[in-house]
Design a protein around this ligand. Sequence first.
Ligand code: GDP
Length: 197
Amino acid sequence: LFAGAADFFHAADKLAVLPPMRGHEIAFAGRSNVGKSSLINALTGRNALARTSHTPGRTQQLNFFDIAGRLTLVDMPGYGYAAVEKAKVAAWTALIHDYLRGRANLARVYVLVDSRHGLKPNDAAVLDELDKAAVSYQIVLTKADALKQAEIQARLDATAAAIARRPAAFPEIVLTSSRTDDGIQDLRASIARLLAE
Ligand code: GDP
């Protein structure tokens, strides 16, 4: 799936300009600086598919990528960056809210969480939104290379406990590092299983 072409094809900052639904779609969400661009690049084997050097909180668009003609990958704007003004946060929330509720072909949202920090209140707010919209989601812990083995286990346990009673959460947590490529293959397998469903 990820061996072939991965091409950017659309950016949307308003619902009116979302591309037509076509095949399966998966989306990646997470706080600014969580390592989302790095993960998308590692996943797709492309170095600059998602920009890694953007100003945190600046990207307010949904970016759509075609993966080998079989899957659409959506890079959602990072959230939780303190310096973003209120009006922008409101616009972000409205876009995401409408996208999540109106996208019948959205198979899963991968919610990225920094292993070092764990789930924060703004992550929980996003999970609430996903639960309410009944959109399936899975937690991906990022930057696992920055933790010791015991810390990783504690983070996995705490995260599993936090999502245990959330209705739309997929129970398995994926542990990744874009730096060492740990877990990237697991994530690819998770996505491939979605396509087979
Ligand atoms: P984004 O804002 O969520 O797109 O995050 P980026 O991919 O731009 O990464 C934010 C910062 O985290 C950068 O300084 C990256 O070098 C760093 N980073 C990203 N992935 C990893 C990782 O797997 N391990 C470590 N240690 N740092 C990472």
